[in-house]
Design a protein around this ligand. Structure first.
Ligand SMILES: Cc1cc2nc3c(=O)[nH]c(=O)nc-3n(C[C@H](O)[C@H](O)[C@H](O)COP(=O)(O)O)c2cc1C
Length: 268
């Protein structure tokens, strides 16, 4: 695959990975490409923990699944992320951002637009949706052969100061290098983010990883090799759409949206 193909193919893996362990060669490649990223004054504020210990992976999976169930049962997830949810191709085509819930059990489809109301929440809880999704999430994480924790050096990561912003910026570049590389070597990657949303659960992950005081745990990912045939989870989304050029690019000032070549008026 050439570089542009890799960029276009990079994506988030929502489904399961193959159980095969990730080779040490690939694990080291991922953290080496991360370190190629730019950072302020070449400070390289990122740190990584490669986790292939089964017990630790299963513990993280348990915390992740529990967090998912709790966020869904309490409605926090739906309320917090409502602006990003789309329920039809038409909606997706108009906005061209967000995530499209295009896979859900038939029994829930009639309620899909109501899930944000209190009544919808009751229905979701009655059908056991939070537990189903929490268990799906636990299995996905537990079935991953590798987790990757991303941390920042707190000497550089000082929230509210410019170096805090720079550190996050550099970390984003480092993670993108990893993300792109997974696409090039037949691997997949997904955020394990639900524990982050519940401070005591995030603390449990930090304790498991024995994060010292001079480091800040920023993110945890699950990784593995991607099967040829992807089995989709019970409730799943797709997010391949991207905004049109005119929705996010301007020419010269922020007042003039850039038009795609085909949308430009023909020269008179
Ligand atoms: C800061 C950040 C947070 C994200 N959080 C999650 C997450 O919690 N769970 C998840 O599955 N994907 C997460 N993603 C992945 C996005 O959902 C995904 O990149 C987006 O929907 C576009 O899909 P794609 O990566 O397949 O192109 C996150 C991405 C970023 C950059």
């Amino acid at each position: 695959m050439n570089f542009l193909e890799v960029v276009k193919r990079r994506k988030t893996t929502n489904g399961p990975f193959l159980p095969d362990p990730v080779s040490t060669e690939h694990q080291h490649l991922l953290v080496e490409v991360a370190a190629m990223a730019p950072s302020h004054f070449n400070s390289q504020p990122w740190r990584f923990v490669l986790v292939d210990d089964r017990h630790t992976i299963e513990e993280v999976a348990r915390i992740s699944g529990e967090s998912m169930t709790r966020l869904l049962e309490e409605g926090t997830f739906w309320k917090r992320y409502r602006p990003y949810f789309r329920f039809s191709e038409e909606e997706m085509d108009e906005k061209r951002d967000g995530i499209h819930f295009d896979q859900m059990p038939g029994v829930l489809k009639p309620f899909r637009r109501q899930i944000f109301s209190d009544a919808g929440q009751v229905v979701m809880n009655r059908f056991g949706v939070p537990r189903t999704l929490g268990e799906d999430n636990r299995k996905l994480v537990a079935g991953s052969p590798l987790l990757l924790a991303v941390l920042l050096d707190r000497a550089e990561y000082r929230p509210g100061e410019l170096s805090g912003f720079y550190s996050v910026f550099g970390m984003g570049a480092a993670v993108e290098n990893i993300w792109l590389t997974t696409a090039a070597i037949g691997m997949g990657i997904q955020f394990v983010s639900t524990p982050m949303e519940i401070p005591e659960n995030w603390q449990r992950i930090q304790d498991l990883l024995k994060v010292p005081d001079d480091l800040e745990l920023m993110a945890v990912y699950r990784l593995g090799y991607v099967p040829e045939e992807q089995r989709r989870p019970t409730i799943d989304w797709s997010s391949r759409h991207r905004k049109r050029l005119s929705q996010y690019v301007f020419r010269n000032t922020c007042e003039e949206p850039e038009l795609a070549a085909e949308a430009r008026p023909a020269p008179s």
